[in-house]
Design a protein around this ligand. Structure first.
Ligand code: URA
Length: 190
């Protein structure tokens, strides 16, 4: 993917994308939402049913938890950061995205990160974390610290759906990860 051009141009290109089979089942391409100059970026897995219908990431139950933690622990709302996913089109039945789908969509995410140039990227769950840290290690082992990433920092945390399933303990760990991101944004050592 070319490194020149604007985020809006990249979005126009993505909205017409047919690089993988997910294109045929989508209602809308869910490119990303928020401030194109954000210091903080979240990367999830892929759109679910509600996101596919709305054309916006994290608008369902997982998104409500993301919004809540963002507000309570970092003091921001979604318009003050940028939110994107590993794959921009909904995998049927909310199945995991396949390796070829992730590979086809990867240039969009990489270009988004390059253009937005956030100081802190928070990866939500295994798919985003493994892709961006280029590892096969799981989120349980990877979370709890920050990693150097594109001149900034990457903070891995659980996917909000895991927070909804896993209860208070998982949410408490997510809160700690969000605080880590906040301290990094403030220039403090977490
Ligand atoms: N889960 C994700 O990973 N992304 C969304 O946009 C919604 C749910």
């Amino acid at each position: 993917m070319r490194p020149v051009g604007t985020l809006a141009e990249l979005q126009t290109e993505a909205l017409a994308c047919t690089r993988c089979a997910l294109a045929s089942g989508r209602t809308q391409v869910v490119f990303g939402v928020g401030d194109p100059a954000a210091s903080l970026m979240f990367v999830g897995e892929g759109p679910g049913r509600e996101e596919d219908l709305a054309g916006e990431p994290f608008v369902g139950r997982s998104g409500k938890l993301l919004d809540k933690l963002l507000h309570q622990e970092i003091g921001l709302d979604r318009s003050q950061c940028y939110i994107a996913n590993v794959v921009k089109c909904r995998p049927p039945g909310n199945r995991d995205p396949l390796p070829d789908e992730i590979a086809s969509c990867r240039p969009y995410l990489e270009a988004q990160i390059e253009m937005i140039a956030p100081r802190v990227v928070v990866t939500l769950g295994n798919f985003a974390t493994r892709l961006l840290l280029d590892t096969s290690e799981g989120i349980r082992r990877l979370r709890g610290r920050a990693y150097p990433f594109h001149g900034g920092q990457l903070v891995p945390t659980y996917h909000p759906a895991a927070g909804l399933r896993g209860g208070a303990e998982v949410v408490a760990e997510m809160r700690a990860d969000f605080v880590r991101a906040k301290l990094l944004l403030a220039g403090d050592r977490p």
